[in-house]
Design a protein around this ligand. Structure first.
Ligand code: NAD
Ligand code: IPM
Ligand code: MN
Length: 364
């Protein structure tokens, strides 16, 4: 069986961490005698520079022809002067999510035993560990609602976005959250702002309806402001966090950092046919791009999720996850995970990729 992956590395640290994910995929192919074909396409700022638009036709066609998309990150200061819809994020990433209707975004964050020191949490809190998955609605809400834009002039000029959700859109993402919880610790925390937003009132109503189909799963509702705070105080009490588009964006950066770094959080974005785009939850990190110091773990773990969910290669996915776990517990860490006084021991992006590939080949 031969598989086809569309590789869209993008901008900033995207190509740097993608190179390491490719090394690890090569190691896994050797170990499990797999045949995976890769087609690389420009996206985001790189595509603007090379083709004049952030999502060229050949990139979209290449993604359509593939079994799955492995995505890096897009955006950066070089393209921020462009009109919003011509920029990498709104001109490529959001249209890709919309085009394939990738409504279901899952971002798993786990603080592994023995790696509590990487977390910025107080030690009595981090020592209890945590294991959370953020289930984020990805193709509706305030990101996609219309109208969106600007009107008027001078001091009367105004800008507006529309937050909207249909029952159907809420129901399908809520079901995914409850199904995920069934295979985990059986708790869903639905994050909203039902004390202010009409969308959140409907969100609660529909989530309550879905909950009835899953009597063995506990449901709690929490306001977004309280959620960001409770995650710092008692992260171990969360299991599945069900979020609308904007709130999931916020929660996912927080849970990433609770494990130690933005560079650790991988993600799946999937549609109802199971087609998926896999990407780190973080961005192009312009502040560290080009220095060879970015953490490639989120990109490598995204490749593992692709193997598991799109290619159904469970053993290969687990092999990568075990290798990453071993590398981190061996103290193989990029600089942002280390206190300043230990940063001279930091591993580079490519040293991380080399070591994780070696561990995959050795079958740890
Ligand atoms: P960011 O996630 O790029 O960076 C936030 C912070 O996290 C920075 O200090 C960065 O150095 C650090 N960081 C992120 N990934 C890291 C890694 N792998 N290793 C070590 N440190 C890492 O967010 P930002 O600075 O707000 O955005 C930068 C650009 O990326 C913007 O153009 C933004 O729109 C874009 N962005 C793209 C995506 C995507 O393509 N999926 C996601 C988020 C942000
Ligand atoms: C993410 C990113 C994107 C989002 C941006 C780049 C459009 O922050 O994937 O979390 O807000 O969804
Ligand atoms: Mn984000």
């Amino acid at each position: 069986m031969s598989y086809q992956i569309a590789v869209l590395a993008g901008d900033g640290i995207g190509p740097e961490v993608m190179a390491e994910a490719r090394k690890v995929l090569k190691a896994v192919e050797q170990r499990f005698t797999l045949s995976i074909e890769y087609s690389e396409y420009d996206v985001g700022g790189a595509a603007i520079d090379n083709h004049g638009c952030p999502l060229p036709e050949q990139t979209l066609k290449g993604c359509e022809a593939a079994d799955a998309i492995l995505f890096g990150s897009v955006g950066g200061p070089k393209w921020e002067h462009l009109a919003p819809n011509d920029q990498p994020e709104r001109g490529a990433l959001l249209p890709l999510r919309g085009h394939f209707e990738l409504f279901c975004n899952m971002r798993p964050a786990k603080l592994h035993a023995g790696l509590e020191h990487m977390s910025p949490l107080r030690s009595d809190i981090s020592s209890r560990g945590f294991d959370v998955v953020c289930v984020r609605e990805l193709t509706s809400g305030i990101y996609f609602g219309k109208p969106k834009g600007r009107q008027g002039e001078g001091e009367n000029e105004e800008a507006f976005d529309t937050m909207r959700y249909s029952r159907k859109e809420i129901r399908r993402i809520a079901k995914i959250a409850f199904e995920a919880a069934q295979g985990r610790r059986k708790k869903v925390t639905s994050v909203d702002k039902a004390n202010v937003l009409a969308c959140s009132v409907l969100w609660r109503e529909v989530v309550e309806e879905v909950a009835k189909e899953f009597p063995e799963v506990e449901l709690e509702h929490i306001y977004i402001d309280n959620a960001t705070m409770q995650l710092l105080r008692r992260p171990d009490e969360f299991d599945v966090m069900l979020c609308s588009n904007l709130f999931g964006d916020i929660i996912s950066d927080e849970i990433a950092m609770l494990t130690g770094s933005m560079g650790l959080l991988s993600s799946i974005s999937m549609n109802s046919s199971g087609f998926g785009l896999y990407e780190p939850a973080g961005g192009s990190a312009p502040d560290i791009a080009g220095q060879g110091i970015a953490n490639p773990v989120a990109q490598i773990l995204s490749a593992a999720l692709l193997l598991r969910h799109s290619l159904k290669l469970e053993d290969a996915a687990t092999a990568i996850e075990n290798a990453v776990g071993k590398a981190l517990s061996d103290g193989y860490l990029t600089g942002e995970l280390l206190p300043a006084e230990q940063r001279h021991n930091a591993k580079s992006t490519s040293e991380m990729g080399d070591y994780i590939s070696q561990l995959v080949r050795e079958g740890v």
